[in-house]
Ligand binder design. Structure first.
Ligand SMILES: Nc1nc2c(c(=O)[nH]1)N[C@H]1C(S)=C(S)[C@@H](COP(=O)(O)OP(=O)(O)OC[C@H]3O[C@@H](n4cnc5c(=O)[nH]c(N)nc54)[C@H](O)[C@@H]3O)O[C@H]1N2
Ligand SMILES: Nc1nc2c(c(=O)[nH]1)N[C@H]1C(S)=C(S)[C@@H](COP(=O)(O)OP(=O)(O)OC[C@H]3O[C@@H](n4cnc5c(=O)[nH]c(N)nc54)[C@H](O)[C@@H]3O)O[C@H]1N2
Ligand code: SF4
Ligand SMILES: [Mo]
Length: 759
């Protein structure tokens, strides 16, 4: 039974809905009258988010009602997209896709999967199934524009890509934040609704919040201290801090000591990274580095948290590794108020299998065809998609299936990729807009409105500040003939499966794939389990969820622990079920072959040795007419796809370049004037805002803009299109360990535009 919507005397109903727009995963109350949303508020009774909401949460109404949101499949005829029936769309997809596989093999079909898929249970679970059936090596995702360094580092140290430690903020007394702005982003790789309230409480109990960022932004504004850092300098700063901790004998791993492996190697590796040696490279004075190391190490409940700014740089994996190494050697890993590991109720690999030991992670099981970049977590770097399409030869990518992905705006080298997409024999997009990427698709298969779908977060309880299990039912029934995305993916899976291997009917395909999985995991009990799971008519993602919850760490184990969780119990709980504060999980969580925390992975040591070469001589700053470009997130925007929603689009233009007045003076830039940013033959024009929030020499611009492409259908966004930051970022720059793109600290030429030059 679902928790039933609350009916008011005035005829309105209030529905509980978990917001799928960002990682905070807030519970919302959606009030409905006569089939229309009349109000959205934070759900006070949500056990996890307790009433918090941000302006994007209200915009779910706009998204639901947006006339430009696709409600019917589209196919391209004579260069124009036209709406067609679902049958026609699937027939066209099959007509284009099958010959590519028949003639060129499975690797000729690439997949590109984007951020919103992490927020949809159907997309997340069934994309994985689809990718397995397809069996292509060419898988690209937003992960290599974002957090792959953190996943690789966590995999190397703890044995699984998703064993990521997050700040235990409610018990923390010293939080050092690098390269994150949770006041704008609402948290990332850390699910923490109402960061402001939690930061305020931390400070109220005498704790300290310190921010390291080339921009003194919204999070720095609520912190006790802020220090500028040269973009890309984090690995150097962190190595300097670790050097200080070890040189001054501040390490105290405590109960972790017997679980740590490689401390001597770490000591040796950071020996050359004294605060004096790194200061110029990271732009943080040596004395500040020492002070940061000392106060962090000496506060009993302390934590370092690094996010996108620390990942999207040349030494992204090394920086991420140094963060958790610092947390570990000071005894702040896996301890209250430090960096702790959530225990999700469902789907967490680190709650399955043998506790305490495992196979660990391997990378480089195959390499990209053209540049030879190693596979990481089954993926190749997103910045290499264009060359895989452009470069002729065996294994050339000739078809692309994009799933909730807009790499033309989100990936460096976007304009080059847009050109490449034109050359494909087949492009199929699962998306809800005709936008900068999907305009190149031969077939677009739309998803539902978030208000038409049930929701349970698969990924984010694995990254949450507190353990919980929450489910929300659809607010509105989906249109009768609209294929939900998990079924769309199964229909595509049947097309690409070897002949006769998978039924074309998505419900039968779902049964077949689940039974396969159960045969592998449960052996002789597979049939009985299948029957039990399917008893209440459960199918698709909800049946997977029932299996995951019941067999999970809090589950009823199919009756063996009757007090345990089932899907029905989670559904019936109004506002979800609180599973308590984070608990120590080491060594049980570990899946490394050694059964220890690997403090000194060989890959990281080798790359730190590379970084050491940059210490002497100190690298010079950008040339006089160049600034180092960094990204920015705005509360009323979300990556590339929410600029068409009226409540978010109103107000001042957000795609602006922030420049320090000192730089402005040198470059002849003025507040409100326009500048041209250029690099590698590409240029964009943006409005300039002068701001002493900026570190001199650095310029900040948000990504996800540039909605001026003909052939798209984004009426409102096109009125104020902004410019595509990724047009001037370089698709050759990567962290060689994780394949993650370098988005931070790339030097761009900045030129003031005279009014007559503005286009
Ligand atoms: N320069 C620079 N570039 C960046 C970043 C940066 O900081 N700086 N950030 C990077 C990061 S962190 C990320 S995660 C990526 C994001 O990169 P992407 O995931 O490629 O981009 P999004 O803007 O999230 O666009 C997602 C697409 O999903 C569609 N969509 C939305 N909801 C649904 C749905 O329910 N179903 C389907 N099928 N489609 C849907 C949207 O219409 C859009 O086309 O961008 C990266 N790019
Ligand atoms: N409102 C809003 N919320 C979002 C999104 C959005 O687009 N809008 N996107 C969502 C997504 S996909 C993600 S991944 C998360 C990201 O969430 P966060 O990781 O919090 O990302 P940002 O808000 O971009 O903050 C990154 C900070 O890093 C700083 N920075 C840049 N370069 C460096 C550097 O080299 N070193 C250091 N120390 N700092 C640096 C920037 O100035 C910025 O303040 O946000 C999510 N939430
Ligand atoms: S913070 Fe994120 S999850 Fe919460 S309402 Fe805003 S967009 Fe939705
Ligand atoms: Mo992201």
């Amino acid at each position: 039974m679902n928790h039933t919507p609350v009916q008011a005397a005035d005829g309105t109903t209030t529905h509980y809905r978990i917001c799928p727009l960002c990682e905070a995963c807030c519970g919302l109350d959606v009030q409905v009258q006569d089939g229309k949303v009349i109000r959205i508020r934070g759900a006070e009774h949500d056990v996890f988010s307790a009433g918090f909401i941000c302006p994007k949460g209200y915009a779910l109404k706009d998204l639901h009602e947006d006339p430009d949101r696709l409600r019917q499949p589209m196919i391209k005829r004579n260069g124009q997209h036209v709406a067609v029936s679902w049958d026609e769309a699937f027939a066209e997809a099959e007509r284009l896709l099958k010959p590519v596989i028949a003639q060129h093999g499975r690797d000729a079909v690439a997949l590109s999967v984007g951020n919103p898929s992490a927020h949809k249970i159907g997309l997340l679970l069934y994309f994985a199934k689809f990718a397995r059936v397809l069996g292509s090596r060419n898988i690209f995702s937003a992960s290599t524009l974002d957090q792959m360094p953190k996943q690789l580092q966590s995999g190397l140290m703890f044995g699984h890509w998703l064993s990521v430690a997050v700040p235990d903020i409610e018990r923390c007394d010293y939080l050092l934040v690098l390269g994150a702005n949770p006041m704008a982003s609402n948290g990332s790789m850390w699910t923490v609704p109402d960061f402001r309230g939690k930061a305020k409480a931390l400070r109220a109990r005498g704790g300290k919040l310190v921010v390291i960022d080339p921009r003194r932004g919204e999070t720095a504004a609520v912190a006790d201290a802020h220090h500028f850092i040269r973009p890309g300098g984090d690995a150097f700063l962190l190595a300097g801090m670790l050097h200080t901790v070890l040189a001054e004998g501040l390490e105290k791993p405590g109960r972790l000591a017997p679980m740590l492996k490689g401390l001597d190697d770490v000591r040796h590796a950071v020996a050359t990274f004294s605060p004096e040696a790194v200061a110029t490279r990271c732009g943080v004075p040596a004395e500040t580095i020492r002070q940061l190391a000392r106060e962090f190490a000496n506060t009993p409940r302390a934590c370092i948290y690094g996010r996108i700014g620390t990942c999207t740089q040349r030494y992204g994996t090394v920086a991420s590794w140094l963060i958790d190494t610092l947390n570990a050697v000071t005894g702040h890993l896996d301890s209250e108020g430090g960096a702790m590991f959530p225990q999700a109720a469902a789907f967490a690999a680190n709650t399955q299998g043998k506790p305490g030991q495992g196979r660990g992670v391997t990378r480089g099981r195959h390499a990209s065809r053209v540049s030879g970049a190693p596979e990481v977590y089954g993926e190749l770097p997103m910045t290499l998609l264009a060359e895989e399409i452009e470069t002729p030869g065996d294994g050339q990518v000739r078809a692309l299936i994009s799933v909730a992905s807009n790499p033309v705006l989100s990936s460096p080298g976007g304009p080059r990729l847009a050109q490449a997409l034109q050359k494909l024999d087949c492009m199929i997009s699962l998306d809800i807009y005709l936008n900068e990427t999907t305009q190149h698709a031969h077939v677009i298969l739309p998803g539902l409105s978030p208000l038409e779908e049930a929701h349970y977060d698969v990924a984010f309880p694995q990254l949450s500040f507190r353990n919980h299990a929450r489910h929300s039912a659809p607010v509105f029934a989906p249109p009768a003939d609209h294929s939900p995305e998990w079924q769309t993916l199964l229909r595509l899976a049947a097309m690409v499966a070897p002949e006769g291997k998978l039924p074309a009917d998505p419900l039968l395909a779902d049964d077949a794939l689940l039974l396969d999985d159960l045969n592998r995991s449960a052996g002789p009990q597979a049939q009985a389990l299948m029957a039990a799971l399917s008893a209440d008519g459960l199918r698709g993602p909800e049946r997977q969820l029932e299996l995951a919850l019941r067999s999970g760490p809090y589950g009823d184990q199919f009756g063996r622990k009757p007090e345990g969780l089932t899907l029905a119990k989670v559904k019936a709980a109004n506002g979800g079920i609180d599973l308590g504060p984070l608990q120590p999980r080491l060594p049980e969580l570990l899946r490394t072959p050694s059964g220890k925390v690997e403090l000194a992975p060989a890959l990281c040591l080798a790359d730190l040795a590379e970084a050491a070469k940059e210490l002497v001589p100190a690298t010079s700053a950008a040339s006089k007419d160049e600034l180092l470009l960094i990204g920015r997130r705005e509360l009323r925007s979300n990556n590339s796809w929410m600029h068409n929603l009226p409540t978010l689009a109103k107000g001042p233009m957000r795609c602006t370049a922030l420049v320090h007045p000192q730089d402005a003076q040198r470059l002849g830039l003025s507040d409100g004037g326009r500048a041209e940013l250029s690099r590698g033959g590409q240029s964009i024009e943006v409005p300039v805002v002068l701001s002493d929030e900026m570190m001199p020499g650095v310029i900040s611009l948000p990504h996800g803009w540039g909605h001026d492409q003909p052939g798209t259908k984004l009426g409102l966004a096109a009125q104020r299109p902004g410019a595509n930051l990724n047009a001037v970022l370089d698709d050759t720059l990567r962290d060689p360990l994780s394949g993650n793109a370098v988005l931070s600290g790339v030097a761009v030429k900045v030129r003031a535009l005279q009014p007559a030059e503005v286009t």
